[in-house]
Ligand binder design. Structure first.
Ligand code: ATP
Length: 340
């Protein structure tokens, strides 16, 4: 029997519940300090207890995964805690495309893929000298918005950058990526692409609640503090339904992204992914980011989303959708088409 395995964090509960709903075995690689939490859930069949998630590379761990024919579901914690080389060296079959995760972690590669997909991407700045209008400084990798800040001039940038260096969050300019700030309604578009039936499914949209930029927006400008360095640390997500007239463009963007990925990083963008950006005052979508794997925003739709309801007659979470794909691939003897 095939098992679905994942790391105990991010969206592990959704992933393993979905796998269990589809009758698959479930394995959680769990840090010892979180064991108590995950023992509460009966749909987790096996726990591999570790001191650190890096142990997923150790033979002790890989042997158990191999014995259970496990497919590993990668998520944000895997990206945040392992470097590209470590991720690429995972021997357990990884759902989706592990090679594209490098493109997610490197902001310059990321930009290249988004441009190739014909997405409108806010302009990036090569050096702090180019800061002329409202600019966001972001760290590389999936830092979750922590330590990101807004700035409008080089002097202000240097002050804030030095603050982050003192706080131990960055070493220098090279750790920051500068991008034009786009004002509007933020939307995180969740997709699933199946290489087995070559179709793209739009699964849902969510909003992120980020601290403390969200709190700052509730304070009138006169009461705000000019030297304050805000952060975009993600605290949680809430559901969002888009105007129906925007949906056609949403599908087009997803399809272009899938096509571009097939060309730039084989076998392409298989499985779940997310295009993240801002709708401006003209309803134009500016994509500033993508995630090439399941995003935590899908956790709000554990029971299905308004859009998955249109596609499936059973409550379909993203976790369950992946389990369905694994089952179909096994039936068609094409597991190698959906894993890397
Ligand atoms: P994650 O990996 O969790 O998706 P990240 O660390 O890769 O996050 P981004 O998603 O690029 O970072 O940015 C974090 C937040 O910063 C966004 O959710 C958004 O609120 C804000 N943001 C980023 N880029 C822009 C931009 N160009 N214009 C407006 N807001 C932006």
């Amino acid at each position: 029997m095939t098992a679905i395995a994942t790391l105990g964090s991010h969206c592990a509960l959704q992933v393993l519940k979905g796998a269990k709903d589809e009758g698959l075995k479930t394995i959680l690689v769990c840090e010892k300090n979180r064991e108590k939490l995950y023992r509460r859930f009966s749909f987790i069949d096996t726990m591999i207890l570790v001191d650190s998630f890096l142990e997923i590379l150790d033979p002790k761990c890989t042997r158990i995964l191999e014995k259970n024919n496990a497919v590993l579901i990668p998520h944000g914690t895997l990206i945040a805690q392992m470097n590209t080389k470590q991720i690429e060296s995972i021997t357990t079959p990884v759902f989706g495309n592990k090679w594209i995760l490098k493109w997610e972690s490197d902001r310059h590669l990321k930009e290249k893929l988004m441009h190739r997909a014909g997405l409108d991407v806010p302009e990036s700045l090569r050096t702090p000298d180019e800061i002329k209008k409202l600019t966001i400084a972001k760290r590389h990798g999936a830092a979750g918005g922590k330590g990101y800040f807004l700035t409008t001039s080089k002097n202000d940038y240097i002050k804030k950058r030095n603050h982050l260096i003192r706080a131990g969050l960055i070493k220098g300019d090279r750790d920051l990526y500068l991008q034009e700030y786009v004002m509007g309604v933020l939307a995180y578009l969740q997709y699933f692409y199946s290489p087995l039936n070559e179709t793209l499914e739009f699964f849902g949209a969510d909003k992120r609640h980020e601290s403390d930029i969200e709190g700052l927006a509730r304070i009138p400008a006169q009461q705000q503090f000019p030297d304050y360095i805000s952060s975009f640390n993600v605290i949680g997500n809430s559901p969002m339904v888009l105007r129906e007239s925007l949906l056609s463009e949403v599908y087009d963007m997803g399809e272009r992204f899938v096509e571009a990925s097939k060309k730039l990083v084989k076998p392409g963008m298989n499985g779940p992914f997310c295009i993240e950006g801002t709708y401006d005052q003209n309803g134009k979508f500016w994509a500033f980011e993508f995630s090439a794997r399941i995003v935590a925003g899908t956790n709000i739709y554990m029971d299905g989303s308004p859009y998955s309801t249109l596609l499936y007659d059973v409550p379909m979470s993203m976790g369950r959708r992946m389990a369905c794909e694994v089952k179909l691939a096994i039936k068609q003897k094409k597991l190698d088409k959906i894993t890397t």
